[in-house]
Ligand binder design. Structure first.
Ligand SMILES: C[S@@+](CC[C@H](N)C(=O)[O-])C[C@H]1O[C@@H](n2cnc3c(N)ncnc32)[C@H](O)[C@@H]1O
Length: 345
């Protein structure tokens, strides 16, 4: 599969318009705060963007960030501006043609930003141990439309867990299916290259995440994909595909379900670009200044991470009140195609 994917992204595709699905983000859905950052990115880098979501979580200043399958570097150069001079962004990709575009414009971006805080490495996201990256050294790992292309998703999540600092997070957009993709669709090279054939059934993704130490994956945003190419649509048949962004925290005390300890948080409203509300995930849109009841896992995701100083915390883990209401179950994705829901970049 690596060979097919390298050929697809290194030789066959020349820019985003060559894609055959709506997996790649629509520019009209880019949030306002991100637009000026993207406007500073070199046109050749921007034109070879093949991502399916937004991988810029809040509060990145000073962070060390790793981008898995960075391609020609659009997200790396956007993140470079968000982490700033004190931060660092490392991009990894296996396809030389993609990395050549990213490297070619490094000087252009360091001149535009006033600092050079990015590094690109050629390698496989299943074998990050070969790249000399220090274990437990990243605050945030991102990835945009890449994990589906990996033939060994367990290895990718294992490596992510190894490289994250405690309290760090894997924040990534990818393609998922509403069922297991059958072999005829999986083995079609274009289906695979277009990020459909290798897409995980969403519940299998949750199983892999649990197995690799991420007990409570949180869905941030999602949207159904439109397969515009008639042959691919026929090959996909009744399978529904979604682009979804998840965040997975490396916190060893997380439980596999949301348990109620009678806790609550108050968001102070001081994160830049989020003065009114802090959106942890699709089910936690936390209004500034308001007492917001949370389960034990959400408490830990805010208390034991870089978000801590931005919240007040009420309660502790001394008394357990059972399962937290509204926890999990069923297809997690929205069915309707909507515009500007923030799920895309
Ligand atoms: C759909 S493109 C996304 C590129 C980039 N994230 C973006 O948003 O433009 C997938 C990228 O992942 C890279 N890739 C796929 N599988 C990989 C693997 N196993 N190891 C490293 N890179 C991989 C490909 O070379 C390609 O550049």
């Amino acid at each position: 599969m690596h060979k097919i994917v390298k050929d697809y992204y290194g030789k066959q595709l020349q820019n985003s318009d060559d894609l055959k699905t709506s997996a790649c983000c629509d520019a009209s859905q880019v949030p306002g705060w991100l637009k000026p950052l993207l406007a500073r990115i070199h046109p050749e880098v921007a034109s070879r963007y093949y991502g399916c979501g937004l991988v810029c979580p809040p509060l990145l200043e000073g962070c060390r960030v790793l981008d898995l399958g960075c391609g020609s570097g659009r997200d790396v150069y956007a993140l470079a501006q968000l982490v700033g001079e004190r931060g660092q962004v490392v991009g990894v990709d296996m396809t030389v043609e993609q990395l050549a575009v990213a490297e070619r414009h490094r000087a252009y971006h360091s001149e535009a930003f006033g600092f050079d805080n990015v590094t690109f490495k050629q390698g496989y996201i299943e074998r990050l141990d070969e790249l000399g990256l220090e274990p437990g050294s990243f605050d945030v790992i991102v990835s945009n439309c890449v994990v589906n292309l990996s033939p060994d998703k367990d290895a990718v999540l294992r490596e992510v867990h190894r490289l994250l600092k405690p309290g760090g997070e894997f924040y990534f957009s990818d393609v998922y299916a509403d069922r297991r993709v059958p072999d005829h669709a999986r083995n079609d090279p274009v289906m695979y290259g277009e990020c459909l054939g290798g897409a995980l059934y969403w519940n299998d993704f949750l199983r892999i995440a649990h197995r690799q130490g991420f007990a409570d994956p949180r869905l941030v945003a999602d949207r159904p994909l439109d397969i515009t190419d008639p042959r691919l649509a026929l090959c996909a048949g009744s399978i529904r595909f979604y682009s979804a962004t998840y965040r997975l925290f490396k916190l060893k005390e997380l439980e596999t379900a949301c348990e109620d300890y009678g806790q609550a948080v108050i968001y102070r409203g001081a994160i830049m670009d989020c003065p009114c509300r802090f959106v942890l995930d699709k089910h936690h849109d936390i209004e500034a200044g308001r007492i917001f009841p949370v389960c034990g896992n959400t408490w830990r995701m805010l208390h034991e991470t870089r978000f801590r100083e931005h919240f007040e915390f009420i309660g502790d883990f001394n008394c357990h009140y059972g399962l937290f209401g509204g926890c999990g179950g069923g297809l997690p994705f929205d069915q309707k195609i909507t515009n500007g829901n923030g799920g895309c970049c």
